[in-house]
Ligand binder design. Structure first.
Ligand SMILES: Nc1ncnc2c1ncn2[C@@H]1O[C@H](COP(=O)(O)OP(=O)(O)OP(=O)(O)O)[C@@H](O)[C@H]1O
Ligand SMILES: [Mg+2]
Length: 586
């Protein structure tokens, strides 16, 4: 019921068109009753009384009736289709908006394929319900009302008996519907699982092939597919059963009618015309009732789908702006962690972090893989909300400001580079109005300009398009250009130069050093050579800060940093470096 009400809310803006369509439908349906009604005159006046004027009058009336029906059928189909499609477009838009409002933690937990399946498959099912099934149901219901009127008018006694028996026919409709709804949910879940499985294996083909896991994945796919087959067969069974059950009930009703009606005509209490008119109406009733049953299945399926759609639409994002959140404006760039602890689900990842990063300071986060460096950086743009403590920018808690104003102040080059299926130009100017001169400037600084202009369409080349395969290092340089272009006071570089060769890295490093001037910068890097010049280096161990200091001080102090440093540099044989140096000289 609540689901219906939610769907109705989407219909509200189109209620005028909807009401108009419904009026047209009632006209379409009325023709059914009228047809059954005039059967009496066909029988009694034409066939029994042999009235010649009626012979012209009635066929002409029938043609007019169908013209009338056709006209209103067109109108109702057009307007219902319009309303249905509009509603679905609105739902899809809203669903996408809501999806984008979800915090990263939602996407960590929800497989990509599942989100895609909601927007594509589930919304399509809702569409079928709204535009096709609801129309069919309304037409059927109107037809039933008209036909029932005729049935009662012709023989109220027999009609009464018929309608006492009717609930017996309604019962299986309801029970089949319930079963189908359950199976419908399972089917869609199975489709979603299959979609997400496909998404993973297709995007991960390189890995699948590299590990020769084709056979394994084939088996996994077969398993999922088999499961879907099983569920769909359940649905097929219910559908296959519901048809004969309904038909048998119908047959019994017809047999009783013939027996009783024949008796009435033979005894002279009724005319053949009345009897045939009654029977026609009853027979015509069978069709819409049967269709109601079928539509019921579709509607149940649509409702199951809309339930999943509303799950996302109604989901309250964990990360939200406070009411009355203020605009942060352009900040100086003082970032302060005050006793910050953080956990993803239940595993504590950061413990009591206290750190004040000054304006224009360059901070480097180092530590083994998995200690929480990326996590700490992700907390500044509020990708996740902290579990304990406070994070302040220029003394303002990040939870007290609007999200766009917060994120405008932060440029991020993430560990995994994402380029959108758009031109290089728009990829660099992502989220900011494109200005060609500045884009080229940013690209030049990031050492990307040179290879970009060699691409088939230069800056207008679409990244990821056929034939345009960018290397890991090229993508990274575009990502750096994107961050440069954003020109934000706080810069986060998470392994931003990790895919570059030594030569490019030195060059990009130099470019980044220019960029860091006048900005608060947080660098995360495994290669310590890239962070030697940072004002302060923060060493992490198991989610805790264990050392803070400049490179030279940390090397002198015999601590974790020195061990990290020695691991990277001490064992490297000097001779080899010399040799490589010589070779490159040649
Ligand atoms: N989205 C997530 N959901 C749950 N746990 C996560 C998530 N991201 C990271 N973790 C866990 O949090 C811990 C810290 O991860 P994080 O990515 O911050 O490490 P890192 O220091 O950046 O490592 P690396 O140097 O390998 O990039 C890890 O144990 C990881 O398993
Ligand atoms: Mg990381």
């Amino acid at each position: 019921m609540a689901l219906y009400l939610k769907l109705l809310k989407f219909l509200k803006p189109y209620r005028k068109k909807l009401v108009f369509a419904m009026i047209c439908m009632s006209f379409v349906s009325a023709t059914q009753g009228i047809m059954a009604f005039i059967v009496k005159f066909v029988m009694d006046d034409i066939f029994i009384k042999k009235d010649a004027t009626m012979l012209y009058f009635i066929p002409a009336g029938v043609i007019l009736l169908f013209l009338f029906k056709g006209f209103f059928f067109y109108l109702q189909a057009y307007f219902m289709g319009y309303v249905g499609q509009r509603v679905v477009t609105d739902i899809r838009n809203l669903l996408f908006v809501r999806l984008q409002q979800q915090p990263l933690s939602y996407f960590d937990k929800t497989p990509t394929g599942q989100s895609i399946s909601r927007i594509i498959n589930d919304v399509t099912l809702v569409q079928n319900t709204v535009s096709d099934s609801v129309t069919a149901v309304l037409i059927d219901v109107f037809s039933i009302i008209g036909l029932v009127g005729v049935v009662f008018y012709r023989d109220w006694w027999l009609a009464s008996i018929a309608f006492i028996v009717l609930p017996i026919a309604i019962y299986p409709i309801v029970s089949f519907g319930k079963k189908l709804r359950k199976v419908g949910t399972k089917t869609q879940k199975s489709v979603a699982r299959l979609t997400s499985f496909l998404h993973e294996t297709i995007t991960g083909q390189r890995i699948v092939k590299a590990f020769s896991m084709e056979h394994y994945e084939n088996e996994r796919f077969k398993g999922e597919n088999e499961e879907m087959f099983r569920i769909i067969m359940k649905r097929t069974k219910i559908r296959a059963l519901s048809h004969p059950v309904m038909e048998i009930i119908g047959g019994i009703a017809i047999a009783i009618t013939i027996w009783y009606g024949g008796n009435e005509v033979i005894s002279g209490r009724s005319t053949p015309g009345s009897f045939f008119s009654f029977t026609t109406a009853l027979l015509l009733l069978y069709e819409p009732i049967k269709k109601l049953n079928k539509e019921n299945h579709n509607i149940q399926q649509g409702l199951a789908a809309s339930q999943r759609v509303f799950e996302v639409i109604d989901r309250v994002p964990e990360i939200q702006e406070k009411p009355g959140a203020v605009d942060l404006g352009k900040v100086e760039g003082i970032v302060e962690f005050n006793d910050v602890s953080f956990k993803y689900d239940d595993k504590m990842v950061l413990h009591n972090i206290n750190l004040r990063i000054e304006k224009n300071e360059v901070i480097a986060l180092v530590g083994e893989s998995g200690v929480g460096k990326t996590t700490l950086a992700n907390l500044i743009p509020r990708f996740y909300d902290i579990t304990k403590g406070r994070i302040e920018i220029d003394g303002i808690d990040v939870r007290d400001v609007t999200l766009p104003s917060l994120r405008q102040n932060i440029a991020l080059v993430s560990q995994d580079v994402i380029l959108f299926n758009d031109t290089i130009r728009n990829n660099i100017a992502y989220g900011v109005t494109p200005d060609m001169e500045k884009i080229e400037e940013a690209a030049t600084m990031a050492f990307a300009h040179e290879f970009i202009i060699k691409l088939p369409k230069g800056y207008d080349t679409v990244a990821g398009e056929k034939g345009v395969r960018l290397s890991g290092g090229q993508k990274q340089r575009i990502a750096i250009a994107r961050a440069l272009y954003k020109n934000a006071p706080i810069l986060i570089l998470d392994e931003a130069t990790s895919s570059l060769d030594a030569v490019s890295e030195v060059e990009v490093q130099r470019a980044l050093e220019n960029l860091m001037k006048g900005r608060t910068t947080i660098i995360i890097a495994h290669r310590l050579s890239t962070i030697i010049n940072a004002n302060r280096i923060i060493v992490f161990e198991k989610g805790k800060i264990v050392q803070i200091g400049a490179h030279n001080n940390l090397i002198e102090a015999d601590g974790p940093y020195r061990r990290l440093y020695e691991l990277q540099f001490k064992d490297r044989p000097q001779k080899k470096i010399m040799k490589i140096g010589k070779k490159s000289h040649v």
